[in-house]
Design a binder for this molecule. Structure first.
Ligand code: SAH
Length: 372
């Protein structure tokens, strides 16, 4: 909701807010993602320009860490024209991002742009803000969505003796101002449109908005080139009832005090893969701890430990590594998933002359290739 929604009103990412995310836990997370983009940029033949497009940038920390890597590797990127495009609906978070990335020097509603705000990063890269991915100009782009898709609204469905029924929200007639879940008495348009015919689960959550956004990303990548890296709580079409709320880092009843708590549902990557509709290839989902290991997190940790002399910093580094990698913490429940042009994984003319081409470089992070 533009007026009463959680992100437009509150949006408490970070230690002082309602939930904490990986980039807020450790700088290493964003650094490794920055390296992923450079690695893909090189594998795709170093195009002369690219846009980094982030959906739901939170406090801007992830972009900040990525831009630091771009700066450190500026000799590699020297001839490349890079710009940053942030898709953000929250006025409060966009202000926090602007302060973090530009030091607050931004221009509101620039006349000649589809963006609602623009500025220049501390490292000299132009940054633009939009409310919708469709406002981002076309062009070769690397997309990033970290803990974005889990924030989008879902439909819930329950299998019953009479067939699929939608789980709806109703006002409890017995208790004023109390919401409750009810089953639709008959089929709804959503039950007809969003349940896959081959579905075997008894309870299903579908996020059509995520499907539409993935279709847009896939079309843009197919047309203009680039890649998308999506990371989120999620599963590959196996989980059922995952809808939950967080407030002040504690579980919160999803129906109580709407708009004041972060509402989240695990991302169904099998649904996103279907929505890419063959326009791009997909890789993953792969567990966060495997992706980060493949990206070299252990080596990066060793370097940071060697460079830090005080015990508190070393302890903090080890603690944040454990948060990101421990299977009981974020290591197993977070997944990475990528959309890539088909030619990035298979030579277009492979069928005709398989021996004529050198092998394509593997996609970093997805080493144990989960090609689907
Ligand atoms: N990626 C960040 C923040 C995740 S929280 C991190 O990992 O720390 C979700 C983000 O998505 C917030 O920035 C929120 O304001 C934004 N958001 C939520 N719904 C959105 C929508 N419909 N369109 C664009 N951004 C949205």
């Amino acid at each position: 909701s533009p007026s009463q929604g959680y992100y437009t009103r509150r949006g408490g990412v970070g230690e002082s807010g309602d939930f904490i995310t990986s980039p807020e836990i450790s700088q290493v997370f964003g650094e490794l993602i920055g390296i992923w983009y450079i690695s893909e940029w090189m594998a795709m033949g170093k195009p002369s320009t690219f846009q980094l497009v982030e959906l739901g940038p939170g406090r801007g920390t992830l972009t900040e860490d990525i831009l630091r890597v771009f700066k450190q590797l500026s000799s590699v990127l020297s001839k490349c024209d890079v710009s940053v495009h942030l898709v953000e609906v929250s006025p409060k978070l966009s202000e926090i991002q602007a302060a973090m990335l530009t030091g607050g020097k931004v221009q509101q509603n620039p006349e000649d742009e589809s963006a609602y705000m623009k500025g220049i990063s501390k490292t000299g890269i132009p940054i633009f803000w939009y409310r919708d991915i469709q406002d981002v100009p076309p062009g070769y782009s690397f997309y990033l969505a970290h803990e974005f898709f889990d924030a989008l609204p879902i439909h819930k469905f329950q299998r019953t003796d009479k067939g699929w029924r939608e789980v709806l929200v109703d006002i409890d007639p017995e208790v004023p101002e109390q919401l409750r879940f009810v089953l639709s008495p008959s089929r709804t348009p959503a039950t007809q449109n969003f349940i896959q015919p081959e579905e075997t689960r008894d309870h299903v959550e579908v996020c059509p908005e995520a499907g539409v956004i993935v279709q847009r990303l896939a079309s843009r990548i197919e047309r203009d080139g680039g890649a998308a890296l999506l990371a989120d709580y999620g599963h590959d079409g196996t989980k059922t009832d995952t809808f939950r709320g967080f407030r002040n880092h504690k579980l919160h009843d999803v129906l109580s005090a709407p708009g004041t708590a972060d509402l989240t549902a695990d991302v169904d990557f099998s649904y996103l893969r279907k929505m890419a509709q063959g326009k791009t290839a997909t890789l993953g989902p792969i567990k966060q701890r495997e992706f980060l290991k493949n990206m070299g997190i252990d080596l990066r940790l060793q370097v940071l430990l060697q460079n830090s002399s005080d015990t508190a910093t070393r302890e903090q580094l080890l603690h944040s590594y454990d948060m990101l990698m421990n299977p009981e913490k974020m290591g197993d429940c977070f997944n990475f998933f990528a959309l890539l042009p088909h030619h990035r994984l298979v030579h277009p003319d492979k069928k005709d002359k398989p021996e004529a081409k050198s092998p394509l470089p593997p996609v970093a992070g997805f080493n144990e290739l989960l090609l689907k």
